[in-house]
Structure formats: structure tokens, C-alpha cells
Design a protein around this ligand. Sequence first.
Ligand code: HAX
Length: 460
Amino acid sequence: MVGRNVSQHFIVRRGMASMEPTLKEAFAAKIPVWQDEIKSIKKQYGDKVLGTCTVEQAYGGMRSVKSMVYETSLLDPVEGIRFRGLTIPECQERLPKAKGGDEPLPEALLWLLMTGEVPTDAQVQGLIADMNQRAPLPDWIEKTILDFPKDLHPMTQFSMAILACQKESQFAAAYQKGVKKTEYWGYCFEDMLTCIARLPRIAALIYRNVFFDGKVLPMENASDMSENFCKMLGYNDPQFIELMRLYLTIHSDHEGGNVSAHTCHLVGSALSDPYLSLSASMNGLAGPLHGLANQEVLRFIKDFKADMGGKPATPEAVKEQCWKVLNSGRVIPGYGHAVLRKTDPRFTCQAEFAKKHIKDDELVKLVQTIYEVAPGVLTEHGKTKNPWPNVDAHSGVLLVHYGMKEESFYTVMFGVGRAIGVLPMLTISRALGFSLERPKSLTTESIKKTMEVMYPHGHT
Ligand code: HAX
């Protein structure tokens, strides 16, 4: 079966008149190399301690506990994210781009995440052609999405639509037939690519149905994922399409411990197929402390503007608004992070995009003023370990500039990007035979007893 799928890819590749390997072939070549590497690490260091967990960490959401392997990206608290070793500026420089474009193609990032290698232009074009073939949705799923109540949150619709696609999971079907463990990854790969290819249409149907007339243009086969996505959403501006390429790229992966990545990893570890795993992951992304923060940031900005009643957004006024939010017991959305301790480079690259293309935009200027003020307020407030902005502090105002004002849709956009990170890692997990996740939990009573035995005279 895996062999048959590889030859299906070959047909696409031949259509491109190229002898480059497909992503599936490039990935397949890596698997034995990585398996040997892991075997040797386990043999040499298997009984060595990687990290410890304090009582504080057990109660504190396992913050920074080192107990999970996630290959596609790594987060440094100060420097920010690296995708397979490349920073965001390095990805912007080195990954293949669309003709005439400056921003990386998300399909190129997908290749990088899957293989650890920067693809050639021809490889990316082959992958785009393959994904376009997979993108059309079955009619019944289109109809199902159009039947959702318009007041059902777009993220709930997104998660439900991904679940609906599970009917076609090759992984689930193969498992039922008793496929061998060594062949899991091939079916997972097929689901991963089909699922990612279909997300733009799912998201566009939700957007057009909730906020407009439910009519979505057919997909253009000649374009890349971002261009197709923008056009189906109803946006033709080439600058917005470039923004989409950057947006999907930077929202893809943020190592493994964040709620959406960890959920996908955890659910997939039970051999739930990629659709079940991604749908679960999206339910985590829909939380206000995670991906929903981009919606909340725009609401914060809208409330602020309404309170100002046309008066200028001075730093003093922004400061007052920040304190108002904090004093009401809420968080300042878009600020703080569980790992980062400096400005998120995903914020910085969006600010640079804004500076380059739309520097006079009123809301972009307001985001800059918030950036000048909020870290000081949060520091004075004295609770957060990181007063600096994260990815969500900037994304909404860029979308508003190009006409997308419907903030309850923003987390769906994040979700389309996030799938490009978490589903490749899921496929790698199946290729490398990663185990069912099952950490040990304790009760407060058992922690108390353990501590009393370890520290009979109390701990000094
Ligand atoms: N505003 C007000 N208080 C904040 C804060 C903020 N932006 N960020 C953290 N704090 C508070 C926490 O609520 C916590 O208070 P309690 O002790 O009363 O519980 C305290 O500061 C310590 O928190 P922390 O250790 O610095 O941060 P956590 O790891 O617990 O939480 C969060 C990280 C991102 C959830 C947090 O900073 C937050 O709520 N930020 C605002 C929401 C947000 O922007 N979320 C998106 C994060 C990026 C992301 O995942 N995107 O998808």
C-alpha cells in the first residue's frame, strides 16, 4: 500500500517533468537514519536523567518539564522558535517563495519540518500540485458546513468539519484491516497531506457562510495553498496573499509542549488517526489562553477605541486601558508566554511586514503604542514572568487592514497554520514508533506522604 501511494506521487511528479523526489520519498529515506539515531541514544543514555519535576511544576501545568520528544521545532526562551534549526528570518531567506514573492511558501516549511532539509523550488511545486489534487472536499462535507448554525463559533465549526473528514481516514481503515506497525506512517502521511490540503476550503466555507452568503469560489489548481485560501475567502490582493504565506508559516509549529501541539501528539499516541488528533488539537487552540488570544486582542483594541470615543491613542490612554483590564481581573491578551522571556520573533516579523507594507495604518500604530506601554504595566503589575508580546498581539490588525474584520474567525486562520506543524510531527511519531503517552499522576495526599518520608524534619 505504501508502495502504491509512492507511485501515485510519482505520477504527480512526472506531471511536473521533474526527477526530484516527492516529499513522501524524501521522508521515507530519512526514517531508517532517524530510527538508528534514536536506538543508539536510547542504548547509550537510556537510564540517564533528562530533567526533574518539582512539586511546584506538578501543580503548575508541568511548566518546562523535559519529558517529550518533538522533532520539528525547538523553542528558546530568549531567541524564540527554530524550525528544524532555522529561525524565522532564516526561513524567510532560505525557503522557496512564490514567483515574485518575498515570504516563504508554507508548503516549503512543511517539507522542511518533515525532512529537516530545505526543499528545491521543483520539490515544492511538486508538493503543491499533489496537495491541490487532494484539496476538493466531498459534497456532503461542504453541505454539512453550510448547514452549521451561523452563531456556532467558527472554531467549533472548524473542529467539527475536521472530524467529519475522518470518514475518509486511510490510517483508520488500514488499522482496521490489521496493517503492520512499520507501515503506519505511510497511511498517516496520506491523511496528513490530504487533511492539510483541505483545510483552506473548510475554513473558507465557514468564513463565507458565517459572515456572507455561503458562496465560495472553486479552488484554482495552478496556485499555492495561500493564494487559493485567500481567493476562496474572497481576497485577491497580492499583498494579502503574501501576508497569508507568512502567517501560515509562522503559526505552524512552536515545539511540542503548547496545548495544541501536545494535544495532537497525545491523542495521536493512542493511534487515533490524524483527523481525530487534529480536531482535538483545535479544541485546545480555541482556548483564550492559547489561540483564541488573537480574537481577544482585537476585542481589546476595539473596546479601547470605543472608550476613547475618537480621542487620540496616547501612551497614557493605552496605559490606563491596560490597568483597567488588569484591575478587572482579566489578562492583557497577546502578552506573556509560558516559555518565551523576550518579544516573540513571530510578533517581530509581523511588525516588520507592517512596517514594510502598511506603516501608516492607524491600528498598526496602536499595536506599536501598546508594545511601548504594556510591558511596563505588566512589570509593575508584577505577576507575569514575561511582559513581552506573543504572536497574537499583532496578527489581528494586519488582517483588519486587508479587510478581514471578523475577529471570531482569526483562530481558524491560526488553526490552518498550526496543522502544518502538528500533523507532520504526528506522522514522524508514527514513523519512529513513538509510544502511547501515559505520564504518572499523583494525588495531593500521595505528594504529602512522599514529602514527609523524604523530609521528616521539614525542608529548609
Ligand atoms: N496579563 C495579565 N496577567 C498575566 C499575563 C497577562 N498577559 N500573563 C501572565 N499573567 C499572570 C498569570 O495569569 C499568572 O497569574 P496567577 O498567578 O494569578 O495565576 C501569573 O501572571 C504568572 O503567569 P506566567 O507564569 O507568567 O504565565 P503562564 O505560563 O502561567 O501563562 C499565558 C502563559 C500565555 C497563558 C499568559 O501569559 C497569558 O494568559 N497571556 C495572555 C493570553 C495570551 O496572550 N495567550 C496567548 C499565548 C501565546 C499562544 O499560545 N498563542 O496561541
